[in-house]
Ligand binder design. Structure first.
Ligand code: GTP
Ligand code: IMP
Ligand code: MG
Length: 338
């Protein structure tokens, strides 16, 4: 019986969706924390790609009985209902009656406010304005939303019942540490805290119940939106980003993500803020194309091994999982003696 929290270590889009779809294989219950549909997880199961903004990335886990969305998460009912259908999760998915509801008016506000579109560079998904109304305490909740009446459950209670039964739980974070309203690069941040402690609070689990905190990094750093945010150390020009093959477009915004090399200072601070017990790195194959799809550490090129051990020595922890491609099977699970 384990409770694992997964969070992003940089500015989002580290590939948490892919690491989660691997970790979820031995888990019965998945619960999603984080802000709301401003997230965009890409999960590749077999040859099918799913782009999800609301349904937890762990939806395809073979032992998963319940997919839960905690009361701290904002719900856009239209997006959620569409994704429930797309992922065939009608019989498993529930959100908490206290989830806040995003309306068209929140989306309009997010897309028309000069501070939000200009300085913050938001995803335009309405999450910031909805959280603003929640703080004002006049936001509509899921319990008042007829479209969601078949999908409501007391999420904290369900999680505690699962613990009593001895089941394992995976808690999904979204966004990432350096986008936190408290700990990130304010004002170029999202509308609440999203570090591991916040994810526990979002779903209603106390810190004493947590077994592991997994912080997911990517082999390079990207950030989307926030055009006015300070340059990242070593940030590449658009041309250089394209030349190196580090090109990524936002899942929600479709904007070209700004890119920079792996940043030790940001990584260290993330491990500290989240209390990391394990770390993962994705997209090793983007730095070292010869290593694409590899599944054993010993098969990696010497260059890739050197890059990994350098980072591990500097961070003082090994990467327990290494991503070598977008598919759920493109992953190296580290054995202790490697
Ligand atoms: P947010 O909640 O928005 O922060 O999302 P996320 O962390 O789940 O990441 P997102 O899915 O937005 O972006 C990651 C992209 O990288 C997706 O297109 C994944 O399919 C892809 N990906 C994940 N791991 C790997 C990897 O190891 N190698 C390669 N080449 N692609 C990967
Ligand atoms: P908001 O969360 O839509 O208010 O946007 C605030 C900032 O966080 C913007 O720079 C967004 O691009 C960024 N952001 C929010 N969610 C994500 C995510 O899931 N991945 C990457 N960036 C995100
Ligand atoms: Mg994303």
């Amino acid at each position: 019986m384990t409770v694992t929290v997964v969070v992003g270590g940089f500015f989002g889009d580290e590939g948490k969706g892919k690491i989660i779809s691997h970790l979820v294989q031995n888990v019965e219950v998945v619960a999603r924390g984080g802000v709301g549909p401003n997230a965009g997880h890409t999960v590749v199961v077999g040859d099918k790609e799913y782009r999800l903004r609301m349904v937890p990335s762990g939806f395809a886990g073979k032992n998963v009985e319940k997919l839960l969305i905690g009361p701290g998460v904002l719900v856009n009912p239209e997006v959620l209902l569409k994704e429930i259908k797309m992922t065939n999760s009608e019989t498993k998915l529930y959100c908490d009656p206290k989830c806040g509801i995003i309306s068209d008016e929140h989306i309009k506000r997010d897309k028309s406010d000069a501070h939000l579109t200009g300085t913050v560079g938001t995803s335009g998904s309405g999450t910031g304005p909805a959280n603003e109304d929640r703080v004002k305490r006049n936001l509509l909740l899921a319990q008042d939303c007829p479209e969601l009446r078949n999908y409501l459950i007391d999420v904290p209670l369900e999680l505690h019942k699962a613990l009593e039964k001895g089941q394992s739980i995976l808690l999904e974070g979204t966004q990432a540490t350096h986008l936190s309203l408290w700990h990130g690069t304010y004002p170029h941040v999202t509308s609440k805290d999203i570090t591991a402690s916040a994810i526990c609070s979002d779903v209603g689990i106390g810190p004493t119940k947590i077994t592991d905190v997994v912080v997911v990094f990517k082999a390079f750093v990207t950030r989307v939106g926030s055009p006015k945010a300070e340059k990242m150390p070593g940030e590449l020009t658009e041309d250089e980003t394209k030349k190196r093959g580090w090109v990524e477009y936002g899942t929600v915004t479709q904007k070209l993500r700004r890119a920079a090399p792996f940043n030790l200072e940001l990584a260290h601070r993330s491990m500290m803020l989240n209390g990391a017990t394990k770390i993962a790195v994705t997209k090793l194959d983007v730095l070292f194309p010869v290593d694409e799809h590899k599944r054993n550490y010993s098969d990696l090129s010497n260059e890739a091994k050197k890059w990994i051990s350098e980072k591990e020595n500097q961070l003082g922890m090994i990467f327990s999982w290494i991503g070598t491609g977008p598919a759920d099977s493109d992953i190296i699970e580290r054995k202790i003696d490697q």
